[in-house]
Design a protein around this ligand. Sequence first.
Ligand code: FES
Ligand code: FES
Length: 152
Amino acid sequence: MTELSINVNGQSQVVNVDPTTPVLWVLREHLGLTGTKYGCGKAICGSCTIHLNGTPIRACITPVAACTSGKITTIEGLSENNNHPVQKAWVEAQAPQCGYCQSGQIMQAVSLLKNNTNPTREEIKSYLSGNLCRCAAYMRIINAVEIASKIS
Ligand code: FES
Ligand code: FES
């Protein structure tokens, strides 16, 4: 075990963990931030997507030691009252079905809209193609990103 300092959602946190532990488990088990989900554990499904210095990463395969010099943002850190434009668009589009994949979808969408404020449906599909939805709510997810692009 090693004492590591990480910055999560603007707050400095000290955790005592094996440095090779995927940051997903540090967020969920040590910090109680359970909005980030475990799906495949192999960087295939995207349900564990968080941002490190604004770039989406797969928390299930990223060792916590690789995050100590950056700023982590999770779904809980997007906004104080769930009122980030992308979250509002998600509600308007009624995007989720079971909801399990949705925080990862939202984190990926936020990253897209930061770099491309007016993406086409094809660009949305392409950028979110690594985020799988077992409920196949893809059309509503794409609709939500389109709505978000208009209110961002
Ligand atoms: S749980 Fe990380 S990509 Fe599937
Ligand atoms: S809404 Fe159920 S997995 Fe995507």
